[in-house]
Design a protein around this ligand. Structure first.
Ligand SMILES: Nc1ncnc2c1ncn2[C@@H]1O[C@H](COP(=O)(O)OP(=O)(O)O)[C@@H](O)[C@H]1O
Ligand SMILES: N[C@@H](CCC(=O)OP(=O)(O)O)C(=O)O
Length: 379
């Protein structure tokens, strides 16, 4: 019998309005013999069907290096970066052509979006990428995303496309990330080496025990299950469910979208949190203002941390513990808002002080942070 949570997970997939589908190298490349065009055509048919039903789909597709190798007549994956870059440049063309051709059968336009790690870590470029992707999706175009392998080096590359898929899911606040691979899902051991390995059907994206069973990839793929489990955890940050399933299952995407139990479903622990944050963001009434120093602004915006008193320069307004306050930078620009752990008077006494001094200054400590990250929403 399925638990309420499991049923809810399946329903979340069937109710998903925006989905990122990641198709891995291990699947796409016909065991190293070039792009599996027939299989690609099949996934495109399913995506087109979802599209017709009003689901927005963003595709993250690997395969450039593998396709390039075949076009160049190379038997083995090169290890030199410049050769990988060259293969990716040649292969990406073939990949784009193939998707364009198949989506055109359904009257759908595609767009090639090549991203690098830099693009998503630099706030300005991140916002640019986000608005471009949102615009494409709004225009009912299917973006086909890959890493821009030709310009990345080992130090700054995602390497695997699972991570990229998760970041795209974050970027677009997708409801689900579907990772299609060459296995039925995540097993309790690598089924390539362990014939009695069992499929894990459900789990929490933040469950640390999943990392222990996830192993590395095969000859064609990059990250194996390790990066898929990490990707699920990343995707969960924005409340997305992750399904890991076999791209070889007939009608896998449309069946998942119908709520069928296929593969492994990893649920976001933050789902209620995301809703809470949405609620927080929607609260209009604030009782006071905290002025943050530049370091605190950076941390809040960059890593979603809690707000500590040490990063606060000034307190104004009249509020008590639990009230909503606005956080501004030193120029008065809105940065965040959240539910404060200390009233205005106490907050005024601990501002600029490290958390370990709170008990000494106030004679008690409600919490080490002024606003816990769960109660904070960056604006
Ligand atoms: N616990 C596990 N369950 C399933 N597959 C696993 C596990 N650990 C490692 N793997 C390996 O991960 C591979 C899929 O990852 P990868 O080769 O990177 O493919 P992709 O290109 O689709 O990302 C599988 O072929 C399998 O051998
Ligand atoms: N960006 C690379 C894909 C990297 C890759 O193979 O990743 P994955 O499919 O996660 O194993 C390419 O297009 O060849």
């Amino acid at each position: 019998m399925e638990s309420i949570e499991q049923v809810a997970g399946r329903e979340a997939l069937s109710g998903a309005r925006r989905v990122v589908v990641k198709i891995g190298s291990a699947l796409l490349t016909n065991d190293g013999r070039g792009l599996d065009e027939a299989a690609i055509g099949g996934w495109v048919d399913q995506i087109a069907e979802l599209h017709r039903r009003g689901v927005e789909v963003v595709l993250v597709s690997s395969g450039a290096v593998a396709a390039g190798m075949v076009r160049l007549g190379w038997q083995a994956r090169p290890s030199a970066v410049h050769e990988l870059q060259a293969a990716a440049a040649v292969g990406q063309n073939g990949l784009t052509q193939c998707y364009e051709h198949h989506f055109a059968r359904h009257g759908l336009l595609t767009a090639q979006v090549l991203l690098t790690h830099d693009d998503l870590s630099n706030r300005k470029r991140y916002l640019n990428a986000r608005s471009a992707l949102r615009t494409l999706v709004g225009l009912r175009v299917v973006p086909v995303v890959n890493e821009n392998d030709t310009v990345v080096t080992d130090e700054i590359r995602f390497g695997d496309n699972d991570t990229l898929g998760a970041l795209v899911a974050n970027l677009l606040e997708a409801d689900a990330l579907v990772i299609l691979t060459d296995q039925e899902g995540l097993f309790d051991a690598d089924p390539r080496h362990d014939p009695v390995a069992r499929l894990i059907r459900e789990g929490r994206a933040d469950d640390p025990s999943l990392a222990a069973v996830a192993g590395g990839g095969g000859a064609l793929g990059r990250g194996g299950m390790t990066t898929k489990v990490q990707a699920a955890r990343l995707a969960a940050r924005s409340g997305a469910y992750t399904a890991i399933a076999s791209g070889r299952q007939p009608e896998v995407l449309t069946r998942l979208a119908a709520g069928e139990r296929l593969g492994t479903l990893l649920s976001p622990e933050q789902a209620p949190m995301a809703a809470r944050k949405r609620w927080l963001a929607g609260q209009l009434q604030v009782r006071g203002t905290l002025t943050l120093d530049a370091g605190a602004v950076k941390v809040l915006r960059g890593s979603g941390s809690s707000l500590l008193a040490v990063g606060v320069k000034a307190v104004s307004g009249s509020f008590v513990r639990g009230d909503m306050v606005l956080c501004v930078d030193e120029q008065g620009h809105r940065v965040a808002k959240g539910l404060v752990n200390y009233g205005a008077e106490d907050a005024g006494r601990i501002l600029g002080k490290p958390s370990h001094q709170i008990a000494e200054i106030l004679g008690f400590m409600e919490a080490p942070e002024l606003i816990h990250r769960d109660n904070l929403v960056v604006l």
